[in-house]
Design a protein around this ligand. Structure first.
Ligand code: OAD
Ligand code: ZN
Length: 595
């Protein structure tokens, strides 16, 4: 897939004289075109000089630019926001530099450039959305205020300054608890005990070391509101009032106070600390209750290979995963190399033979696939973003308009050299016969529309992401979240949405950890955990009926099948055998015969 596991230690970034961020912001992104040929699609911005050039799949003008100016080696792809270094070379194929030059990289430095474009790409829509949200009717607003969790000491009213500064909304709407993030930030700037300082100005976020200085800051800056770090209260200097948190019922504040206690801060009066397990339970309960109360109406699913392992298809990165098998077998320098476009162009038969091993016609959709369709048919799913190309979403009857194949699919074909569409039946025929299907226009080897590293993601992926600023829940299942830009979907859509991660292992750039608000990690096999989840949200019976009506199947039997696989060793072996057998077959592929 495009841009999987970017290199994180590119040595050239630090050495390069990168364009100033302020200058970068001035680039007229709306009107970009290749400096040499006016091409408008598939552009690369040189992060040294800020000029744009077309990609190697158009007229190769960035490659040319880099050859003319070797120090101009870092570039950013406008369409998929990936960064490449042309000094980093894939050693394995150094004899074929024209194809192999350039490595996908990531670093904190280049992320700043990406952020700027992301804001431009997605910012406008966000603004419109925010405006809409502001217009929510007054009654709803009132309700929000009443649920507010800060209470004035003794009295039940909040001073106008707290209201003016919108502290309430910052509290209630922030993804990372507002104070928590301020505190974290302050602490990371300076490694001193937080007891050392008096408070944090909530207007300018400045750290104020001593109590006496709070007065000074207020007199000079006229900033009225502080978070008092010593007793964790909110202070309004103007009204001389202090607010305690009523934390009885809000999980966010329990999390905050858990954190405060971990960094040895004094806690507000009457604070009852929870253990991490208790916090987890609280968070789970909160999500369950939101489900029961129909709070989620725009769910976004993000899924990967782990969703289909129970159907007998190996994933990529697990121990028995495909990448390891392919890397060992083909002696590749990186596991992804098998799916590099240059590898395919050089030796298309690798992929043809590999594809032939997978007879997807007999593979069935899993419980988890049907779980997604269940919510789709309830009309509470915005989109299902899948990285998979096994077609099981379609078999689970998820309608096309809800499905986004981030990494393409096997339903259509094309020529990767000249981009001509090719009849998939011809390619499939070739795969079955072991004969490469060549492009009638340029004679390049043709392939199904699955996205390889070095190819762009389908345009629909980017279009649909832009429609997702209003999602309220992201359900992530069976993916290592190692592939960009897919992994970034929550960040570029609505970072404030709840997140549920069903996976065997902890994944993601975000730590779905205990201190994180509004996200929860449910460890284990998805098929089993979605069943438990459905029971918890009181939808198990309805799901069971749905399985009967939609697929004419008996849910108990489906679960039984799964259980057998887990409980009876023999059957477990069968499942493993399937993967092992496939491994064997892959090993036995004779690569040299087609050279
Ligand atoms: P990965 O193999 O990277 O990740 C699969 C994840 O699913 C891992 O975290 C597993 O622990 C987890 N997993 C496996 N079985 C599971 C189960 N029964 N229940 C829960 N979790 C399970 O696969 P992807 O994240 O999909 O592109 O990989 C992304 C892309 O990388 C793919 O689209 C692929 C590859 O480049 C192609 O090259 C075609
Ligand atoms: Zn062609």
């Amino acid at each position: 897939m495009f841009a999987v596991s970017p290199k994180t230690n590119c040595p050239h970034i630090e050495k390069s004289n990168l364009l100033d961020l302020k200058e970068f912001k001035k680039i007229p992104f709306e009107e970009l075109k290749c400096k040499k040929c006016d091409e408008k699609d598939e552009l690369w911005i040189c992060l040294i000089c800020g000029e744009s050039f077309c990609s190697r799949y158009k007229n190769k003008h960035f490659v040319e630019h880099n050859e003319e100016n070797p120090e101009h080696c870092i570039c950013l792809g406008v369409l998929d926001l990936s960064v490449w270094c042309y000094e980093c070379i894939n050693e394995k194929n150094s004899e074929d530099k024209s194809n192999e030059k350039g490595s996908y990289i990531t670093s904190n430095i280049t992320n700043q450039y990406i952020k700027i474009i992301e804001n431009l790409k997605f910012g406008e829509e966000k603004k419109i959305e925010e405006k809409k949200n502001e217009e929510i009717n007054d009654s709803e607003k009132k309700e929000k205020d009443e649920n507010f969790i800060i209470k004035l000491d003794n009295k039940n009213e909040i001073c106008s300054h707290v209201k003016e500064e919108n502290i309430i909304n910052k509290f209630n709407n922030s993804h990372d608890t507002y104070f928590k993030s301020i505190i974290k930030r302050q602490l990371s700037n300076e490694n001193k005990s937080p007891n050392f300082f008096g408070g944090i100005c909530l207007i300018c976020e400045e750290k104020i070391h001593y109590y006496d200085d709070l007065d000074k800051h207020y007199n000079v800056q006229k900033h009225k509101l502080y978070f008092n770090l010593l007793d964790s209260t909110l202070v309004c200097m103007e009204c001389k009032s202090q607010y305690y948190f009523d934390i009885i019922d809000d999980i966010k504040y329990r999390i905050l106070f858990q954190y405060l206690s971990e960094i040895n801060l004094n806690l507000p009066k009457n604070t009852k600390l929870l253990t991490k397990e208790e916090i987890y339970d609280e968070k789970y309960k909160k999500i369950i209750n939101n489900f029961k109360n129909k709070k989620f109406s725009k769910i976004l699913f993000m899924v990967g290979a782990g969703l289909s392992t129970s159907a007998g298809i190996p994933d990529f990165r697990s121990n028995t995963g495909l990448f390891k098998q392919l890397q060992d077998k083909y002696n590749l320098s990186s596991p992804e190399e098998f799916f590099f476009l240059p590898t395919f162009l050089k030796n298309p038969m690798y992929f043809y033979e590999f594809t032939k091993l997978f007879d997807l016609s007999k593979v069935e959709a899993t419980i988890s696939h049907k779980f997604m369709n269940f919510f789709v048919k309830k009309n509470i799913v915005k989109y299902v973003f899948t990285q998979n190309i096994d077609g099981l979403e379609k078999k689970a009857k998820i309608p096309d308009e809800k499905l986004i194949y981030a990494h393409g699919n096997f339903y259509n074909g094309h020529c990767p050299k000249c981009h001509k569409s090719i009849d998939i039946n011809k390619i499939n025929e070739g795969i079955q016969k072991g004969e490469i299907c060549y492009c009638p226009k340029c004679n390049g080897p043709c392939k199904p529309n699955v996205v390889f590293y070095g190819e762009n993601l389908p345009l629909r992926f980017f279009q649909k992401i832009q429609e997702c600023h209003d999602i309220d829940l992201v359900i992530i299942m069976g993916t290592s979240l190692k592939v960009q830009p897919f992994a970034n979907i929550p960040e570029v859509t609505n970072p404030n949405a709840f997140k549920i991660v069903f996976n065997m292992e902890k994944v993601g750039n975000y730590e779905y950890d205990i201190l994180e608000d509004d996200s929860i990690f449910i460890k284990g096999k998805t098929d089993q955990n979605v069943i438990k989840f459905l029971k918890d949200i009181d939808l198990y019976d309805e799901f069971s009926e749905f399985i009967k009506e939609e697929y004419n199947e008996d849910l108990n039997k489906l679960i039984g099948k799964e259980k057998e696989l887990i409980n009876v060793n023999k059957n477990q072996e069968n499942e493993d055998n399937k993967v092992e057998k496939l491994t064997e077959e892959i090993k036995n592929l004779d690569l040299n015969k087609n050279k």
